[in-house]
Design a protein around this ligand. Structure first.
Ligand SMILES: Nc1ncnc2c1ncn2[C@@H]1O[C@H](COP(=O)(O)OP(=O)(O)OP(=O)(O)O)[C@@H](O)[C@H]1O
Ligand SMILES: [Mg+2]
Length: 239
């Protein structure tokens, strides 16, 4: 049985079909890449899965439970957690406090949450910045912090929205290495990204979205050579 089952999922914003009739099954520990031109509906799909937005139609089943219409905090607690394309750390809090707050969603004592936050910060290689000030962090560190905050909530499914955007090439390789370890740690990952080298390095299967719908999906190498995919990107940056 699939861990995540998406059936006929759609979202309209006053006539604009941001997501249309998406059907997708994701297996446990799969690393699924999602690409598509700007405005294809990738972030909106994540917002529907994580409960930030309500679908107009369709159903999401997570580990056998219908979670459609559940509020975001309940979906996160169930184990489906997203990162944000535009990062949202608490600027008045330290790095450690930001991650501790996320850990408190599952850990009951502050001490336990703090201990777990330190472990997660170690995993994302931010141990040297635990007391750091968020407002002065580099983009590369902020991206790791965003990942740490999601991991601290101990998800089973992680929705990563452009966690490599804004990184210079030399910063990307260590982040890709870090992301590669996630399925080994038991996580199922849905990975939205424009950087094709990362998509190809990490994705076991690739979904292409275009104008809200799934254009095609399958083996990444076959998918990127599909003529329809190339055409969807015409006028865009070449994938
Ligand atoms: N809250 C909203 N209200 C109205 N329209 C929206 C809203 N959110 C998204 N849209 C529209 O829905 C479409 C899909 O947007 P979305 O952000 O999901 O695309 P995306 O694939 O994530 O694009 P990008 O690669 O640029 O991040 C776009 O046309 C966008 O303008
Ligand atoms: Mg987006």
């Amino acid at each position: 049985m699939s861990l995540l089952c998406i059936e006929g999922l759609s979202k309209s914003f006053s006539g604009l079909h941001a997501v249309r009739e998406v059907n997708l099954e994701v297996s446990e520990r799969e690393f699924l890449g999602i690409i598509g031109p700007n405005g294809a509906g990738k972030t909106t799909l994540f917002s529907l899965l994580s409960g930030e937005q309500l679908p107009t139609e369709g159903r999401v089943t997570f580990d056998g439970t219908d979670i459609t219409g559940w509020p975001a905090h309940k979906i996160a607690k169930a184990g489906l957690v997203r990162t944000f394309q535009l990062m949202r750390p608490f600027e008045s809090m330290s790095v450690l406090e930001n991650v501790t707050v996320a850990a408190l969603s599952r850990r009951h004592s502050r001490e336990d949450a703090r201990r777990h936050a330190l472990e997660v910060l170690d995993r994302v290689q931010l141990s040297d910045q635990v007391g750091g000030n968020v407002s002065t962090m580099s983009t590369a560190s902020l991206k790791r912090l965003e990942l740490a905050r999601a991991l601290a909530m101990e998800p089973r499914v992680l929705l990563l929205d452009e966690v490599l955007a804004g990184l210079v090439p030399v910063e990307r390789a260590p982040m890709i290495d870090l992301l590669r370890t996630l399925p080994e740690q038991g996580l199922t990952v849905l990975f939205v990204e424009h950087i094709m080298a990362a998509i190809m390095a990490l994705s076991e299967r690739l979904v292409v979205m275009h104008e809200g719908a799934v254009l095609t999906m399958g083996d990444p190498r076959t998918v990127v050579e599909d003529r329809r995919v190339v055409e969807a990107y015409l006028g865009e940056e070449t994938p």
